[in-house]
Write a new protein. Structure first.
Length: 139
């Protein structure tokens, strides 16, 4: 069994945004040499996420609007978490909704995604460096 680890680093200038990372994850799969296995993609920060969905700008704008309606950034006083001096209580909620990680099968050396599926990094408290773990195991 082979194992390969790669870290992707992002520094998103906006407070909230989504980045299509499928090509970078596929690059890690190719580096691994794994032909049949699994690929875990994990946001390593509690105010960021990794998720799979359609790579369509309108959908991403809908997500931003929906997430802001569910967990608005302001007023920051609405979150007890922010009483610690933070201002990112909303980002923790948004991450919880969008998820921490995805696992994708690897078949014949490629990510085995559905027709419209793509992998995204979701940022909810940007303007600083954050990492994503890509862990590949298989034969």
């Amino acid at each position: 069994m082979k194992s390969h680890t790669k870290y992707l680093t992002f520094n998103i200038p906006a407070r909230m945004d989504f980045v299509h990372i499928t090509p970078k994850v596929q690059e890690a799969v190719a580096e691994s040499g794994v032909q049949e296995g699994l690929c875990l993609v994990n946001a390593m920060h509690i105010t960021a996420s990794v998720f799979i969905n359609d790579n369509e700008r309108g959908l991403h704008e809908d997500y931003k609007r929906w997430l802001e309606e569910l967990a608005p950034h302001e007023p920051i006083s609405r979150y007890q978490h922010n009483r610690t001096g933070e201002d990112n209580g909303d980002a923790h909620h948004k991450r919880q909704i969008m998820g921490r990680e995805v696992v994708v099968a690897i078949t014949e050396g490629r990510l085995d995604l559905g027709t419209w599926e793509a992998i995204f990094y979701g940022e909810f408290d940007g303007r600083r460096s954050k990492r994503v773990l890509v862990k590949i195991i298989g034969e």
